[in-house]
Design a protein around this ligand. Structure first.
Ligand code: GTP
Ligand code: MG
Length: 442
């Protein structure tokens, strides 16, 4: 059975100046020709009046593009329709496309999956593409673009080729073992290249924490006593009323998350429930407050930075908040009412000092996320890190192994692990998860 021809809007839903519909598969050329009246020259934007082949009704005055395979995004024949972005024109075109036999609407990520299957993108590039589409800041976009360009894939592929070469040496020793002191000869010959490989993987792994963090963003947990103004501060930084603010102590219970772009760095803020100590004989915490505080502590532990908000009218810190303050960043809020404390003074109410706080957060995010060699390939996902870790372990064992069989086996494990990063081996389970991250039309 012939492979289905898939089509889908590649632009976001809703009214827009232009909507783009992409078609990929064996029927793409015929569909374009039937709708536009002729097949345009390859890769040339061409104006065409689109008509529904069923009833001859005009659909839109549009731009069409024709990318014959294999020189296309998916490697298949691809057609693109750039139409006026109204719901009506889009619906008309999708209906006309759906009427072709063997054509159907694409699922999420199906175009990218076909590109992967045709060898147009390796798996790390597909991940780069997913991250690029989801990027919220320029820093994230730059990193994703580098990965889409194949930097990580090329570096790992190079490592894998070198491992395979060593493995061929080991296999040769197994097959022709009669030349002198076999085991020692092999060990001596592969010792140096193995050291080099282990070291290079180490360099990639050293950049991994930063790459993963840039992808996830720099996280800040806002902590403090009840009523200190944590939620007010969150709202002020977010520029909207994300969290409920009230003069009742104990307003916030759940963790509220907002995403900010501070100086190009992705920062995630978590507003949390107020933390308070209850001495012996003090009023006990209710079950809900207890749960809120548990969540606040969990978030504090998970965050890259703990921002402790102190009410300048009651500037004493005790217990766990004092501990968080010693290692985190302290701000004195309500400085419109009182001027206690040294360091950052802000007022969530008037906005005073907020610019300075934003600069401080951006500087800390930059310190944590930036500074990496931006031209070097970056490991951006836990999946990459796990595979590289496994490869490194196997290479270290290969260096220590006695006998060509053991060496060959460890090298096989290393090559297999490296192959997983670029999607050559053992990634079937990853594929479904990954392509589901995409929207339809990608
Ligand atoms: N004058 C003044 N009042 C503020 C400021 N920030 C917050 N408030 C007030 O302080 C009260 C508590 O503010 P919230 O933001 O709800 O405090 P919170 O720390 O989130 O409190 P919980 O969620 O209960 O732990 C509200 O009445 C706010 O209007 C400020 O900078 N100046
Ligand atoms: Mg609150």
């Amino acid at each position: 059975m012939a492979r289905a021809t898939i089509f889908a809007p590649a632009s976001a839903a809703g009214k827009a100046g232009v909507a783009v519909v992409r078609v990929s598969g064996p029927q793409a050329g015929r569909m374009l020709e039937r709708l536009a009246g002729r097949l345009p020259a390859p890769r040339m934007a061409t104006r065409a009046l689109l008509r529904d082949p069923g009833d001859g009704q005009a659909i839109d005055d549009a731009l069409v593009l024709w990318f014959p395979g294999p020189a296309s995004f998916t490697g298949e024949d691809v057609a693109e329709f750039h139409i006026h972005g109204s719901r009506a024109t889009l619906a008309g075109l999708l209906e006309a496309l759906g009427a072709f036999e063997g054509a159907r609407l694409a699922g999420p990520g199906e175009f990218a999956r076909r590109a992967f299957e045709a060898g147009k993108l390796d798996l790390s590039q597909v991940e780069g593409l997913a991250d690029l589409v989801a990027a919220e800041t320029q820093g994230q976009a730059r990193q994703a673009l580098r990965q889409l360009g194949g930097a990580l894939g090329a570096a790992v592929e190079d490592l894998r080729t070198r491992v395979m070469r060593l493995r061929a040496l080991a296999e040769a020793e197994i097959d022709f073992p009669d030349e002198g002191d076999v085991a020692d000869g092999l060990a001596a010959r592969i010792a140096e290249p193995l050291d080099g490989l282990v070291e290079e993987i180490g360099v990639l792994l050293a950049g991994a924490a930063r790459g993963e963090r840039l992808r996830a963003g720099f996280s800040v947990a806002i902590l403090g006593a009840p009523n200190a103004g944590k939620s007010s501060l969150l709202n002020r930084l977010a520029g909207r009323e994300a969290a409920i603010v009230s003069q009742t102590a104990g307003t916030t219970r759940d963790v509220i998350e907002v995403h900010l772009d501070l100086g190009g760095w992705p920062v995630t803020l978590w507003d949390t429930a107020g933390l308070r100590d209850v001495g012996p004989g003090g009023d006990p915490h209710g079950a809900i407050e207890e749960e809120g505080m548990r969540r606040a502590r969990r978030q504090a532990a998970a965050a890259d930075l703990r921002l402790v908000v102190v009410d300048a009218c009651a500037p004493e810190l005790a217990g766990e908040l004092a501990a968080y303050a010693r290692e985190g960043l302290v701000v004195f809020n309500k400085c419109d009412l009182a001027r206690a404390g040294e360091g950052l003074r802000v007022s969530a109410l008037t906005g005073e000092g907020i610019g300075a706080l934003e600069s401080e957060l951006a500087a800390r995010a930059a310190l944590s996320l930036g500074g990496a060699d931006l031209s070097a390939p970056t490991v951006t996902r836990v999946r990459h890190r796990a595979a590289l870790d496994e490869a490194r372990g196997a290479l270290v064992r290969a260096a220590a192994a006695r006998g060509p069989e053991l060496v060959a086996e460890e090298l096989r494990v290393a090559a297999h692990a490296l192959g997983r990063v670029v999607g050559r081996t053992g990634v079937e389970d990853v594929l479904d998860l990954l392509f589901a991250e995409f929207c339809i039309g990608k």
